[in-house]
Design a protein around this ligand. Structure first.
Ligand code: UDP
Ligand code: MG
Length: 139
């Protein structure tokens, strides 16, 4: 199948609220193919590395604590123009400003606990995919 990849995480609060199945359904109904998927929990060190580009930002400490607070679902998704298409499906960073019907509008709680992560470029998608998945875990 043609296409590029993006990396998503269903964040801890969306998982603990029981939105995992609904979010995966939306992803598949939007035409993404699941290349890899795992249920896992990041340590603070791992979450800090994943979000290292934000380390100077005021929200970094809280974000790292939140993202390591419980299990997440990480997945590699494939589609034509996957990065932009997925960001369109999830909506704006702040769920209150996300388009109605987007995953963040539907399942996000606040600016930090906004249900899902999505890569912001093809290059970062590759780096983030390799953070979670080996070649043998991709299909
Ligand atoms: N975030 C936050 N406060 C902010 C901006 C971002 O808590 O003012 C969190 C939020 O969980 C977001 C993540 O940091 O998803 C990464 O921020 P980014 O600007 O990369 O947003 P995204 O690419 O996730 O839309
Ligand atoms: Mg980002």
């Amino acid at each position: 199948m043609a296409g590029t990849i993006t990396l998503t995480m269903i964040k801890p609060l969306a998982v603990s609220k029981g939105h995992t199945g609904a979010i995966i359904t939306r992803i598949e109904e939007a035409g993404f193919r699941i290349v890899a998927m795992k249920y896992t929990r990041m340590s603070e060190e791992q979450a800090g590395r994943f979000y290292a580009v934000h380390r100077e930002r005021p929200f970094y400490g809280s974000l790292v604590a939140f993202m390591s607070s419980g299990p997440i679902v990480a997945a590699i998704l494939q589609k034509d123009n996957a990065v932009d298409e997925y960001r369109r499906l999830i909506g704006a960073t702040d769920p209150a400003k996300a388009e109605p019907g987007t995953i963040r509008a539907l399942y996000g709680t606040d600016l930090e606990k906004n249900a899902v992560h999505g890569s912001d470029s093809d290059e970062n998608a590759r780096v983030e995919a390799s953070f979670f998945f080996s070649e043998m875990e991709r299909f």
